[in-house]
Design a protein around this ligand. Structure first.
Ligand code: FES
Length: 176
């Protein structure tokens, strides 16, 4: 092969490679731009949807628990809410008012074991890791105390001698 013939071949190879590279670069940049546009529009569509259709508020209801006088001072009831949340209702006083009662989550905030009211020790006790809580649900012993955890509290009321507890109708875990 002659030298001038070899140069012609190399030149033609470089000429044909340039349009392929340019086409590939163009395709990649178009895809990147398209992906960016789709992501951007999706983000703003999500914000618009949240503004136009806000999440429904947590539906709550008053749940009848018991005739107030049927719960002796110092005793407790273990219940489950309609959404399946364990709850402990405990009576502390003898006035027959809301202040006599406390309704707490029956689920230990440490790792989710069930707590029980111990009237002889005036505490809620979790047997899994010897966690304990006072009558208001504040941790006083064990891992929950080290982590400053409390038992979630349910609002309650006594009306016409009947005890009611306000509960969520949505199953959202261990929270009251
Ligand atoms: S789960 Fe209750 S103390 Fe660990």
């Amino acid at each position: 092969m002659r030298t001038d013939q070899r140069c012609d071949t190399m030149a033609s190879t470089q000429d044909s490679a340039q349009p392929v590279d340019a086409t590939r670069r163009s395709w990649v940049s178009t895809m990147a731009m398209g992906t960016g546009l789709v992501a951007g529009y999706g983000y703003f569509a999500n914000i618009a949807a949240q503004f136009l259709y806000p999440a429904a508020p947590d539906p709550r209801a008053w749940l009848f628990v018991a005739v107030a006088d049927q719960i002796e001072p110092g005793s407790s009831l273990n219940l489950k809410t309609p959404s399946g949340q364990p709850m402990v209702v405990m009576r502390q006083g003898e006035e027959g008012t809301d202040a006599d009662f406390v309704a707490l989550s029956g689920v230990c905030p440490h790792l989710g074991c069930m707590v029980n009211w111990e009237p002889q020790n005036n505490r809620f006790f979790c047997p899994c890791h010897n966690g304990a809580f006072d009558a208001d649900g504040h941790a006083i012993q064990g891992p929950p105390h080290a982590s400053h955890q409390t038992l979630s509290r349910f609002p309650l009321k006594v009306e016409n001698g009947l005890l009611f507890v306000q509960v969520s109708m949505v199953n959202s875990g261990n929270h009251a």
